[in-house]
Design a protein around this ligand. Sequence first.
Ligand code: F6R
Length: 608
Amino acid sequence: MCGIVGYVGHSNAQQVIISGLEKLEYRGYDSAGIAVIGKNGMESAKFKGRLSVLDNYLKDHPLEGNIGIGHTRWATHGVPSDENAHPHFNQDKTIAVIHNGIIENYLELKAMLLEKGYQFRSQTDTEVVAHLFDLYYDGDLLKTAFKVESEIRGTYAILAIHQDSPHEFVALRCEAPLVIGYGKGENFVASDIPAVLEYTRDVAFLENGEIAHVTADNVVVYNTKHEVVRKQPFTVEWTLDAATKGGYDHFMLKEIHEQPQGIRDTINTRMDAKGYIKLDDIKLTKEDIAKFDKIYVVACGTAFHAGCVGKYAIEKLARIPVMCDIASEFRYQDPFVDDKTLVIVVSQSGETADTLAALREAKRKGARILSITNVVGSSIARESDDVFYTWAGPEVAVASTKAYTTQLVAFYMIALNLALAKNTINEKHYFELIDQLKQTADILEEMLKDDSREKEVAGLIKDKAALFYLGRGVDMQTAKEMALKLKEISYIYAESFAAGELKHGPIALIENGTPVIAVSTQSAMVEKMVSNIQEVKARGAYVIGIGCEGDSLLASVCDKVIYIPRVDDLLTPLLSVVPGQLIAYHTTCMKGFDVDKPRNLAKSVTVE
Ligand code: F6R
């Protein structure tokens, strides 16, 4: 997500900030901007596009000064544009603010500020923070920051500067990372260590709720009670290359670990004060929903697999028939699409050519298009009637992980909303499921603390020529996604089957020692799955089960079991896929292949 750099000291702030932002490019972004305070007061520049666009402009229009803040934006609220790029300013441009994260109560704050006469130049949630700083500023930037922090809710890393006080800036942190770089006669704050590594190796992370007051000679950190916190800086020993992955060996592993936060961000920004799901960018009315006689889900690859899980959720909760189609096939099949059809298009990048072509075909046939995408302002988002943005943050590794789990969350939330509109769910069940959905983020965080079992499995399968994944019901969809993960990065032939279908042909492939991963999380299907596992065991398969804690029956028939915590059957795909992601990851590492950039594949497939 967005990159942040703040600097105060004796050097040219523009140079320090731009070089810092370059080190944060790996985070993904769509626009960049900077504000510097110097003898000409506050000067700034911000543009949609690559950092080089900003850099080229600054070559001809340099900003002079020794204090400033810079930002690379990954759009959430508002399309990528010059206006929406950060910094954002108060009315008379004396205050500049940059922000990473989401201000969840920005609509409330915006209404309050509009009433007070503040005018907004952008569609961002961040701009409310600039105006809040203006509203509370009384000559003391730190005190203003305390006041602003008490008003905002959400996830944020924020830096703010004021033209009248060109020797200081403040940094606020809640959930979005910020690191302080301690220099000599200069100090830095950034989203990640690489941005400051050229200047200092002495750093300390800000914790949630902390505010740093930064001058050239000092950094003082305050906790939520406004007491001074003594920070113990540590010395960075890593190389710049390793640090860009946030200390992880690969982007894929980093992104697997970012899933809990992605789930939280995707849910929390869409809850209203009464605990109902509020889908801002979806304008479907109760009448629209009543009109739909079917839903099509159209997507490619991993996004398609998310759609197949989505089908279960929508059909079970909202009782609307759902058909899933691969985008590259959809438009050649003369699909049953008309103005009574809702077409849900799923795409992480929002640019996949097959998916975009399918969207256009569905639109031509009169369907209402709802897209689920991770990239604000992408082609698919722009051409859809309604959009659900997954707040997964930029996904760099070719193998999709956090996009998938946030797409699942999107489907659960959409299904719950459709169900409520159609009266196919009672409020008790509705709130119970929302509660459990929220809890999955913490559960997953806990699960990710130990991947030793997945490593063990990777060691067992790494030299095998082929591997099979089995599942029933929604577990079959998880099995499909796990098989795709393994084959695309480890190049091991992996196939998934509906466990009950095996005996109708595929079981001929099983021989002594063939590894089989059996996903069994659905309480109503455990016994049937056990029978299918016994069928492959009888032919010599080595079976690794993935099931819910407490399922001793599964353990009794498998050679090895990886347990996930028990949640509602409908929600298990959010958790059960993760061991599959980790098995694929560790197997690939053991084989020595390039995890993040597998052969023959591209992150965004823009050809049909
Ligand atoms: C697999 C993977 C691909 C994508 C597919 C669709 O790990 O990443 O299968 O899911 O190419 O891409 P998007 O979601 O960008 O449309």
